[in-house]
Design a protein around this ligand. Structure first.
Ligand code: RB5
Length: 146
């Protein structure tokens, strides 16, 4: 199951991505907001990140104006690897090398068609494991230093 949320800047793109994901056969739950009234992006980033961290959702999608605030917030949750992707290449690498489980998009940066392509690639691409598994495992080991 996929969970998706945005702030006011991402509501329209969110609706397009929900429709595209459902048309492709994915189960996707919209965690809000329902309209373009001004909201604070961390509130919605925390909703999606908490669902992914708890294992309630396998993937999350977050959209704000740039995707930056959403990614900063989501990455505060242990177990969440949120990647701000701008194109199919970054989406593919975020999955293959970083095992990203939350996709962040900037609605004021990335056009609708590219965003749909990014989501498709993000959902279709697997993690390569191997040497990348060791690196991903170290992401949360801040106390180990360099
Ligand atoms: C809202 O104006 C904007 O700051 C927000 O959507 C996002 O870009 C923050 O990172």
């Amino acid at each position: 199951m996929i969970v998706i949320a945005s702030d006011h800047a991402g509501v329209e793109l969110k609706a397009r991505l929900v429709a595209a994901a459902r048309a492709a056969g994915h189960e996707i739950t919209d965690l809000g907001p329902a309209d373009t009234g001004s909201v604070d992006y961390p509130d919605f980033a925390h909703r999606v990140a908490a669902a992914v961290a708890a294992g309630e959702a396998g993937r999350g999608v977050l959209i704000c104006g740039t995707g930056i605030g959403m990614s900063m917030t989501a990455n505060r949750h242990p177990g969440v690897r949120a990647a701000l992707c701008h194109d199919a290449f970054t989406a593919e690498m975020a999955r293959r090398h970083n095992d990203a489980n939350v996709l962040c998009l900037g609605a004021r940066v990335t056009g609708t068609g590219v965003a749909e392509q990014v989501l498709t690639v993000f959902l279709a691409t697997g993690f390569e494991g191997g040497r990348h598994q060791r690196r991903v495992a170290r992401i949360e080991c801040a106390e180990e230093g360099s």
